[in-house]
Ligand binder design. Structure first.
Ligand SMILES: NC(=O)c1ccc[n+]([C@@H]2O[C@H](COP(=O)([O-])OP(=O)(O)OC[C@H]3O[C@@H](n4cnc5c(N)ncnc54)[C@H](OP(=O)(O)O)[C@@H]3O)[C@@H](O)[C@H]2O)c1
Length: 324
């Protein structure tokens, strides 16, 4: 439970087991995963169970539920009500671990339409990496610029969204360029299939390296998670007609001159996680590929605070998991 005051304020509370009402299901959570958002939520939210991302097994279904059965392995959807179509403001009223209680719990009750079937043969820990970071990267790659073989994608840093972006882009046959503050992390990204790597600490003008690596043309898509320190640079290495998927601001809010977008006829598209339909599309793709998520470290439920601190230190690559 979040009690305010950041990570220090995260407390374990004993509550009665919830039971599903009509149209609801109860899920025994096996694992959850952390996102950068959860660090922000720990400071701004009180009285809520945290975390958008979790996976587990259905242990009971309420009256009238036919789409899900006891024993099914599922993941919760970040937006409980965004099933398909364009995003609408009202979907924010049911965002797990934000406007409503989240997944860091032994048992959660959700509407039957608030979950998707887990990828075949994936553990709960693996499945729990998907709902926010995985789906955001998928949405960025597939729903806007429609990345395919021959496209070039730029990933910034080696956090959850960026590593999924790298893995999915490779799955689609795209060429990938990834940045990081650490050569050791970049070595690991090579092993995961990155075609070009750039250390942004050693190469301050890394956007020029991106242009050099693309014969001066720039990239088709940037998965933009950096904000203040990266957005202007991303805008100057985007290809004519390309897209910047605006996802996050790990280095603070950016104030930029938008002219480079105009001159390149490029798009800036805000991406906010994704719908249940997109989540199911992503899982279909995972099920016919051999991809596995990169889990940096898994922490026990009782030590959730250490998991938050590990994420905050930014020494991780990919996802940080809490097993329940
Ligand atoms: N819009 C959405 O739907 C959505 C969904 C998910 C996440 N987000 C946002 O996306 C961002 C990333 O989230 P996440 O959960 O993937 O974060 P994360 O796992 O905590 O990753 C953070 C990573 O960002 C990299 N980084 C930090 N400063 C950087 C800089 N100046 N330039 C390039 N990379 C830098 C670091 O990688 P290295 O150590 O390798 O340098 C760091 O490990 C956050 O702002 C989050 O709020 C938005």
């Amino acid at each position: 439970m979040l009690t305010g005051g950041g990570v220090q304020g995260l407390e374990i509370r004993e509550l009665p087991d919830p039971t599903p009402g009509p149209g609801q299901i109860a899920v025994r959570v096996g694992a959850t995963s952390l996102n950068f958002r959860d660090l922000l939520m720990s400071r701004s939210t009180t009285g809520r169970i945290p975390l958008s991302d979790g996976a587990g097994t259905v242990i009971a279904v309420g009256e009238g539920v036919t789409s899900v059965a006891e024993g099914d392995r599922v993941a919760g959807c970040f937006f409980q009500g965004w099933l398909d179509g364009k995003i609408e403001a009202r979907y924010h009223e049911a965002a797990l671990g934000g406007s409503i209680d989240g997944m860091l719990s032994e048992i959660v009750v959700l509407p039957d339409y608030g979950v998707v079937a887990a990828p075949r043969d994936w553990t709960d820990a693996q499945t729990a990496t998907l709902p926010c970071a995985g789906l955001t990267a998928w949405n960025a790659l597939v729903e806007g610029q429609q990345i395919r073989a021959g496209s070039t994608v730029l990933l910034l840093g080696t956090g959850g969204v960026s590593v999924f972006g790298l893995q999915f882009a490779k799955m689609m046959g795209a060429r990938t360029i990834i940045t990081s503050i650490s050569d050791e992390k970049l070595e690991r990204m090579h092993e995961l299939g990155a075609d070009e790597t750039i250390n942004y600490r050693n190469s301050e003008n890394w956007e020029r390296d991106v242009l050099d690596a693309t014969d001066g043309l720039g990239v088709d898509l940037v998965i933009e998670v950096g904000g203040a320190q990266t957005l202007a640079k991303s805008m100057s290495c985007i290809r004519f007609g390309g897209e910047i998927a605006l996802i996050g601001m790990v280095s603070g809010q950016a104030e930029v001159n938008p002219f480079p977008l105009l001159s390149r006829s490029a798009n800036l598209r805000g991406v906010y996680v994704g719908s249940q339909r997109m989540f199911n599309d992503m899982i279909s793709a995972i099920n016919v590929n051999t991809m596995q998520p990169l889990i940096d470290q898994a922490f026990p439920f009782e030590d959730a605070q250490s998991a938050y601190r590990h994420l905050r230190a930014q020494t991780h690559m990919g996802k940080v998991v809490i097993e329940v």
